[in-house]
Design a protein around this ligand. Structure first.
Ligand code: NI
Ligand code: MN
Length: 228
């Protein structure tokens, strides 16, 4: 079965696999480049990388309207429970779980994770998703470069979703180094061109990556989809 990844601008992604709709970091309201509004989103699972508003986004409203299960770190899962979202699944770094859509593992990320009300949001994470069809997708989420990406490079990744925006996350230079550590077949850049501080030339970055590595870079426009 095919798996598709739709970039909805910033770090918001829709992954469709095995008939399930997974929305990673569902930031719709206030996302200036997102082509759809939060009340039009259909989802079976919401995956939250960390507590910042541009990732937690519309989690509460979408979870309450659709009944989607929210997967987040333990602290965010507990916090969501207090906000009236009961269908949650808490995880932590290094832990994996077999969900109906495939296996999801929480990976390291170097960043913050405070929740919008100032509550402690645990540690930020990335996601390693192994689909039922055996495709491996790594979403680094918000992070700087770190050496353990070399360990993820042993996973034979089909796709890596990497931030290139700089300022809050890796910029283009470190994201290129990340590609060398991760050795994915395909890379899609995310977390850029949302606001002026993270403006980047993705086409120029793609050229550099394809010159210096064997990865193929797919630059999507918000709303565009890539099929694995
Ligand atoms: Ni963040
Ligand atoms: Mn962010």
């Amino acid at each position: 079965m095919t798996t598709t990844v739709t970039w909805l601008g910033h770090a918001t992604l829709l992954i469709e696999t095995e008939g399930y709709r997974l929305v990673m970091d569902p930031f719709f309201t206030g996302n200036p480049v997102c082509p759809i509004s939060a009340d039009a989103v259909q989802a079976d699972f919401l995956l939250i990388s960390h507590g910042h508003g541009d990732h937690l986004g519309d989690t509460i409203a979408i979870a309450q309207r659709t009944g989607a299960k929210v997967i987040a770190n333990y602290e965010i899962a507990e916090w969501l429970g207090k906000q009236g979202v009961s269908n949650v699944h808490g995880m932590q770094h290094g832990g994996g779980f077999n969900f109906p859509f495939g296996r999801l593992k929480f990976t390291l990320a170097f960043h913050g994770s405070a929740l919008p009300d100032g509550s402690y949001g645990g540690n930020p994470a990335g996601f390693l998703l192994t689909t039922k069809g055996g495709k491996k997708i790594y979403n680094a989420a918000d992070t700087g470069l770190f050496g353990d990406m070399k360990l993820l490079g042993e996973e034979d990744l089909d796709l890596a979703l990497l931030p290139i925006g700089d300022n809050y996350t890796m910029g283009p230079d470190d994201a290129l180094r990340a590609v060398k550590f991760l050795t994915p077949k395909v890379v899609i850049p995310i977390h850029y061109n949302t606001w002026p501080p993270i403006a980047q030339d993705a086409a120029a970055w793609a050229k550099r990556v394809e010159t210096e590595t064997s990865a193929r870079v797919v630059v999507l426009q918000p709303g565009e989809k890539f099929t694995l």
